[in-house]
Ligand binder design. Sequence first.
Ligand code: IPE
Ligand code: IPE
Ligand code: MG
Ligand code: MG
Ligand code: MG
Length: 295
Amino acid sequence: MSQEFTFFAQQCRARIDSTLDQYLPMTDEPTQLRAAMRYSLLNGGKRVRPILTYAAALAINPNTNLTLIDPVAAALECLHSYSLVHDDLPAMDDDDLRRGKPTCHVAFTEATAILAGDGLQTLAFDLLTKTDFSAEIQINLIRQLARGSGVEGMVLGQAIDLAAVDHQLDLAQLEIMHRHKTGALIRASVAMGAISAGADEQQLAALDDYAATIGLAFQVQDDILDVTGDTATIGKQQGADIARNKPTYVSLLGLDAARAKADELHRKALDALVTFGESATPLRQLASYIVERSN
Ligand code: IPE
Ligand code: IPE
Ligand code: MG
Ligand code: MG
Ligand code: MG
């Protein structure tokens, strides 16, 4: 990774950590709910979705005041963290390790983890009402997040994923699953950054092409890391997909073809940015990071 991108990503992560801490401070409430939410949120995730949001805003306007983007980026991380807490539940993937620590339901209780996920999801939408944008833009942001995460987006993808356990999917079905469970929220992350920076329809269409492509690549790489990663680096149990008989790009295509697919998607994502100049450098670097990452 280039030093320039490493620095940009570090700065975005620092912004997001302090924004999340500010909007979900610890209090002396009598339950474990807030502690479980903070445990699942402030624990060293890669913050790829917020970084995409900042990078998309900068692609549209390199002089964007990133303070305006902070609540939008934080909303995406809250939504994503909720999806991970629920994804790990015994009724779903039944995983014990997340971001190098016991999963939320292991560290707390299953009921607390369900409620922490619920709380993170609603906090995400609340954050979108705390921006300084016009009402029209705020409603657009809320709609993007609802679509990306709901019954037309991530939640549908998760339902397809669970229905596919022990079943053989063909490549087209696998792609539909990945585009929903992971791609949809990544598309929302890019669109929301761009909308916040005042993107026009043409710019939004080009960025959506980029985001859909890199969103699919993100899950292809996640599938690859389940096989090639080690538990300490990926912060979750290596081999969990195989153990649970999940259809993945690797189980369907094999490792080499899955890698080739990720490379092809990387190239396509860069192609989608041809109409952008220097301002899209962070988005280009993110595309490389997404397929080269080791965790
Ligand atoms: C993991 O997401 C779940 C998928 C959608 C593949 P990330 O790989 O972004 O996980 P964190 O946020 O860095 O922990
Ligand atoms: C997760 O997909 C997609 C989500 C919406 C959270 P995975 O089940 O492959 O994610 P990991 O591998 O547990 O992080
Ligand atoms: Mg899953
Ligand atoms: Mg999982
Ligand atoms: Mg996975």
